[in-house]
Design a protein. Structure first.
Ligand code: GUN
Length: 287
């Protein structure tokens, strides 16, 4: 079998186009411009790239983008005061604090200071609880993007066996909640899982979010399964820098029914879903 390649780049472009059309309508009919504030503390190079991309995409769909770049030594009180200001600013509908924060800052405290209604990352403990109990919440962008591609490919996910490899708060756990919400039978596997290969081979849907380059190989994939690769790992091969996922693409694509590539799979969907969440927050704020 040769797997169908799920084109996240094209899918994300479609989501962004739909968001842009809705933003244009909001502007024309109600004079409302959705606004996204992104806060970056420090100079982590990967974070700087993400924040730049978020800014460009936000502008591209017609939203207002507010960037706040703070020095690495910024104190907690100063950061919390900025979040308080953004919480109270009616032009800001979404707030994202880029993670990881420098070590001296308490991420949980900072994230939980964001107004849950403006928490477009879906990381606030209230949104985590709402998602876990199947209530209306802000949903973390990466798992939401994965779910959208899975629904598009499968139609209904009900009854399928889903294995999520990775138990992070950002991807693994919310991904499992979303799949459960769509009536999958869900297993969360991780670094301590016994016979990971056998667990993965039981999956109709296999989501890899472990952060280890090419760890999921073809022999861990059930023939015909859908493989979603959340990993973005920079490695060096044959003296060249290369971007690879958590899935060994060639061997997995030879067995799977469908697979997301890296780059061009899950990655572009994350920012598209951030924009969609910002639009959702704006619409909820304006009744
Ligand atoms: N760092 C890596 N991924 C993310 C994300 O989805 N949101 C935030 N805020 N920071 C991140």
């Amino acid at each position: 079998m040769v797997a169908k390649v799920i084109d996240g780049k094209a899918f994300a472009a479609d989501v962004r186009a739909r968001v842009a059309a809705h933003v244009a309508r909001l502007k024309e009919e109600k004079g409302i411009v959705p606004g996204l504030a992104v806060v970056l503390v420090g100079e982590d190079p990967a974070s700087q790239v993400y924040v730049r991309n978020k800014h460009a995409s936000t502008i591209e769909v017609g939203m207002a983008s507010f960037e706040h770049r703070l020095p690495a030594g910024t104190g907690e009180a100063e950061l919390l005061a900025l979040i308080d200001r953004l919480n109270g600013d009616p032009a800001v509908h979404g707030i994202l604090v880029q993670l990881p924060l420098p070590g001296h800052l308490n991420s949980e405290l900072v994230i939980n200071r964001i107004d849950p209604a403006k928490d477009v990352d879906g990381f606030h403990i209230s949104n985590v609880g709402l998602l876990g109990t199947g209530q209306k919440s802000m949903v973390p962008c990466t798992p939401l993007g994965c779910l959208m591609m899975l629904r598009d490919h499968h139609g209904t996910l009900a009854g399928l066996n889903a294995v999520v490899v990775g138990r992070s708060n950002i991807v693994g756990k919310p991904m499992a909640q979303l799949l459960l919400g769509d009536s999958c039978t869900v297993t969360i596997a991780h670094s301590r899982t016994k016979d990971l290969a056998a667990v993965c081979r039981g999956a109709d849907i296999l989501v890899a979010a472990v952060g280890r380059p090419e760890m999921i190989t073809g022999e861990m994939v059930k023939p015909g399964a859908t493989v979603i690769d959340v990993g973005i790992n920079r490695i060096e091969r044959d003296g060249k820098a290369k971007l690879v996922g958590d899935v060994h693409y060639e061997s997995a694509a030879a067995v799977a029914g469908a697979i997301t590539p890296v780059p061009g799979g899950v990655g572009p969907m994350t920012i598209a879903c951030l924009l969609a969440n910002t639009l959702t927050a704006c619409c909820r704020a304006n009744g």
